[in-house]
Design a binder for this molecule. Structure first.
Ligand code: URA
Length: 209
């Protein structure tokens, strides 16, 4: 699918299957989410631009590769996005973090924004927006609207599972934002849950319900 990268690495797929199982505990779900987010982060940053820096090894001077440009921004859509953040920050500890509070009204399935905080100079940074579930797409569209209002131009969206309906909706609103996901599931049910999915990601990672 154009603009959508499915991260089909065997370790990602294996861990995702365990996360989907209803008997997986809260602790197990959280641990797997942290592990898988590290792998997803590796893939979503695969083509970052490099420059070189003159360094001195114990043997001689050499030009060695380093990331080009300003520090990355990881933008977490609360609350479930935070589950992806931890592993990603382990891989890119210098990344800046944005938090965007959006919840889904359970009646209308429309996003309601209640919090927004982002670092300066968004226009000069790659912003990787994270939310485990791309369901209707409404929350992620609203979060990216807000980031763009604040100047972000170079944005990627990273999730664990996506529904075809959400992808269509998202691409209609933000065709310039590539989507990275571990799987595209069958459909959304009448309550807006991804099927077969893994349930409510926030509830599963925090043991609420
Ligand atoms: N959010 C979730 O946590 N799970 C879904 O299936 C859809 C949205």
């Amino acid at each position: 699918m154009d603009g959508v990268t499915v991260i089909d690495h065997p370790l990602v797929q294996h861990k995702l299957t365990i996360m989907r199982k209803k008997e997986t505990s809260t602790a197990g779900f959280r641990r797997l989410l942290k592990e898988i987010s590290t792998l997803l982060c590796y893939e979503v940053t695969r083509d970052l631009e490099l420059t070189t820096e003159r360094i001195e090894t114990p043997l001689q001077e050499t030009d060695a590769p380093v990331l080009e440009g300003k520090k990355l921004v990881f933008a977490s859509i609360l609350r479930a996005g935070n589950g992806l953040l931890e592993g990603m920050l382990e891989l890119v500890p210098s990344a800046r973090v944005s938090h965007i509070g959006v919840y889904r009204d359970h009646e209308t399935l429309q996003p309601v924004e209640y919090y927004f905080k982002a670092p300066e100079s968004l226009h000069e940074r790659l912003v990787i927006v994270v939310d485990p579930m791309l369901a209707t797409g409404n929350s992620s569209i609203a979060a990216i609207d807000k980031l763009k209002e604040r100047g972000a131009k170079n944005i990627r969206f990273l999730c664990l599972l996506a529904a075809p309906e959400g992808i269509r909706n998202f691409k209609g609103a933000h065709p310039d934002v590539p989507i990275f996901t571990a799987a595209i599931d069958s459909h959304l049910n009448e309550k807006g849950y991804i099927v077969p999915g893994l349930g409510d990601a926030g509830d599963r990672m925090y043991g609420t319900k």
